[in-house]
Design a binder for this molecule. Structure first.
Ligand code: PMP
Length: 356
């Protein structure tokens, strides 16, 4: 018997998250994980590394609260938004009893975190117009503790409709918490629902520095919510989740200069996104380009497997979603800098020309 058999049943059976760096083959253009393409300049000052850091570094909490337009008591900092997702489940769901609701196709970690915590999953697929199925979700509210919505949704790129969300928050009131994952919201800030937090104590918003802030490497994310929710989460989070050098880098990213750099980056990536989208729509091998509110576009090709293989052969790493229900032949392309986008288009043009 293998020692691995000692692991919990759910862990043995689990298909793990396909992380950005765990991928076969060699690539030199990495467009599979919705990261920012260019390096971020930063420095670390002083040396307080003999001391434990603050559990919730004040400069980061205050900086993020000011940026997001909320009170610091409404902010929790965590190791990426991924830790925030798991923390919400561990804080609000009893293992073996409670369930969460997700709307596939969507970000994979909601289901993985629920599974590893022994929490059930109710799936309510997106509608044909790729919106949450509001009436169907409302019908399931008494069965679930947390509803996870993703806006813009990874991988389809749509924003969650505000009217439907408000109606759901009204119905859920003290029965369930609605989590809106805004990992990509900087690419379409007008779609944020953070302004609803004061009115709806059952709304939670998760955010990250991994995307528009170009800091996926420091693992820093945020939960924004009612102070009572934040207090509960703070009871469960591991001690000292944010190492001192990380707190310094995060605080710089949230300074006026850091925010200005972020906004410049967003403008440039949104420009690249519009350019590649226009080019994609001209290619014979492209069937459909989905909504594009994040730093990625999901594209349905006539032959997704051929595109994925041709890209891989050219050292361009993309994310294949073709095995997901409703997403046959669909591949997600992270928006990179111009040279990277040109490399993608060159492969696609060659493919379009060689296919009769
Ligand atoms: N939410 C969504 C929708 C994501 O796409 C990702 C990263 N792929 C995350 C959360 C995780 O973000 P972080 O890097 O902050 O853990």
């Amino acid at each position: 018997m293998s020692i691995a058999n000692l692991a919990r049943r759910v862990v043995r059976a689990l298909t793990p998250y396909q992380s950005a760096r765990r991928i076969g083959g060699q690539g030199h253009v990495w467009l599979n994980a919705n990261e920012a393409p260019l390096a971020y300049p930063f420095t670390i000052e002083g040396n307080r590394l003999n001391r434990y850091p603050e559990c919730q570094p004040a400069e980061v909490v205050n900086g993020y609260a000011a940026y997001a337009g909320v009170n610091p008591s409404q902010v929790l900092v965590s190791r990426g938004a991924d830790e925030a997702i798991e923390l919400l489940i561990r804080t609000f769901c009893e293992a073996g009893e409670d369930q969460i609701l997700i709307c596939p196709p969507t970000y994979g970690m909601y289901a993985i975190s629920a599974e590893t915590c022994g929490v059930g999953i109710v799936e309510q697929p997106l509608t044909a117009s790729r919106q949450p199925d509001w009436p169907a979700i409302a019908d399931r509210l008494s069965d679930v503790k947390l509803v996870f919505l993703c806006s813009p949704n990874n991988p389809t790129g749509d924003l969650v409709g505000r009217k439907g969300l408000i109606a759901l928050l009204e119905k859920a009131r003290e029965r369930a918490i609605v989590v809106v994952d805004e990992a990509y919201i900087e690419f379409c800030p007008e779609g944020s629902v953070v302004d609803l937090l004061d009115q709806y104590p059952n709304l939670v918003v998760t955010r990250t520095l991994s995307k528009a802030f170009a800091l996926a490497g420091i693992r820093c994310g945020f939960t924004l919510g009612n102070p009572e929710v934040i207090t509960m989460l703070a009871k469960v989070i591991a001690p000292y989740p944010i190492p001192e050098p990380i707190a310094q880098i995060a605080a710089q990213a949230l300074s006026p200069m850091g925010l200005a750099l972020m906004q410049e980056r967003v403008q440039e990536l949104n420009k690249q996104k519009a350019l590649i989208k226009a080019e994609l729509l001209r290619l014979g091998c492209v069937k459909e380009v989905f909504e594009d509110k994040g730093n990625f576009v999901l594209v349905r090709f006539t032959d997704g497997a051929a595109v994925f293989a041709a890209m891989k052969a050219a050292g361009i790493i993309l994310r294949d979603f073709s095995s997901k229900p409703g997403l046959d032949n669909s591949i997600r392309i992270t928006i990179g800098y111009q040279g990277e986008m040109d490399a993608v288009l060159t492969v696609l043009r060659d493919l379009s020309n060689s296919t009769p």
